[in-house]
Design a protein around this ligand. Structure first.
Ligand SMILES: *Cc1c(COP(=O)(O)O)cnc(C)c1O
Length: 337
């Protein structure tokens, strides 16, 4: 299958499967798994944080960050479009007694500092305590500019707020900006990285932060049922994702540009080419095209898309230029019918 639905569909390569089969493991709840320990220590150092924690998913890593930064009755400021507000089942409120205070994202995905300032609550028992700002990069495939990140950091310091980065796809941002990852992450008190998206590991995300924050997060992870035992099997694949696959994101971005140009040239499909910055292409599909029918017809041809009027297509390790060419050929034929 050629699968454009998400970069989460990437499959572990042979090298990962070998490393998983041969990983030296132990019981990580006792701190005994050398492969987990090595990955956590190595990633912390690589990204300039004191400590790291291997988590089962990005949703869990974000929740642990929120629960470790915030107490019951605190709130975090985030975007209306933020994954950890909109797409994580309300976990912070449900499980952490933490109130989200969403703010409309600007067109470029950022949060306006003026709007953030207006949302910060005074120290008064009427209000939840504003504790944290959480932002996302990339957000819907868009990359936040570096100068925005430094002004956000200064803003957070001025207001004595902590700053969290949902960096599920932060390596896509670093790739698009052509900077070392530390240029982006130096501004944050904590961050997450998804290993199971474009980086191609089968399972897992990392949470990074201070030793104290990670100590808290490790405790909450156990409470939430995320204390995994011989997790080194997963971390062996994760290490390869972080060493071998980051450089390949460039190819995904190039393929996304190519896909965007090709699809934009077809009647009834429109892409804002200036907005294709990373591995995502957003396509406006004309009203006269029945997207559900189109998706079904493509599926018969071995191509998967998420059928939406404003359709997201994602490039990843499982999609090369010839896969895009096959898709475009099918799309031309099917959308004419
Ligand atoms: C995918 C994603 C997550 C959650 O990751 P899961 O591993 O799917 O739980 C969090 N934030 C962003 C921005 C994501 O894209």
């Amino acid at each position: 299958m050629i699968d454009f639905r998400s970069d989460t569909v990437t499959q572990p390569c042979a090298k990962m499967r070998d490393a998983m089969a041969n990983a030296v493991v132990g019981d990580d709840v006792y701190g005994d798994d050398p492969t987990v320990n090595e990955l956590e220590n190595w990633t912390a150092k690589r990204h300039g944080f004191e400590a790291a924690l291997f988590c089962s998913s990005g949703t869990q890593a974000n929740l642990l960050a929120l629960m470790s930064h915030c107490q019951r009755g605190d709130e975090y400021l985030c975007g209306q479009q933020a994954h950890n507000y909109k797409f994580e089942g309300g976990g912070a409120a449900v499980l952490g007694s933490i109130q989200p205070q969403p703010i409309e994202n600007e067109k470029d995905g950022s949060l306006s500092l003026e709007k953030l300032a207006r949302a910060i609550k005074p120290d008064d028992p009427h209000f939840a305590r504003t504790t944290l700002i959480s932002i996302e990069n990339t957000i819907n495939g868009k990359v936040l500019p570096l100068d925005y990140l430094s002004s956000l950091k200064a803003f957070a310091e001025h207001h004595q707020l902590k700053l969290h980065l949902d960096g599920a796809r932060v390596y896509n941002a670093a790739t698009a900006l052509d900077v070392d990852i530390t240029e982006i992450v130096q501004h944050f008190d904590s961050m997450t990285i998804c290993l199971s998206k474009g980086l191609g590991a089968p399972i897992g995300s990392l949470l990074l932060g201070s030793s104290e924050l990670i100590k808290q997060a490790r405790r909450w992870r156990k409470v939430l049922g995320g204390g995994m035992r011989q997790a080194g099997i997963l971390c062996a694949a994760a290490k390869i994702a972080l060493t071998d696959n980051i450089a390949k994101l460039k190819v995904d971005h190039r393929n996304a540009k190519y896909l965007a140009e090709q699809i934009n040239a077809i009647d009834g499909f429109e892409v804002n080419l200036n907005q294709v910055a990373t591995n995502m292409v957003f396509v406006k599909v004309a009203e006269h095209i029945d997207i559900a029918v189109l998706a079904e017809a493509l599926k018969v041809k071995g191509i998967l898309i998420a059928p939406n009027r404003y359709m997201r297509l994602v490039t990843h390790l499982g999609i090369d230029q010839s896969a895009i060419d096959s898709f475009i050929t099918e799309l031309k034929t099917l959308s004419r019918q």
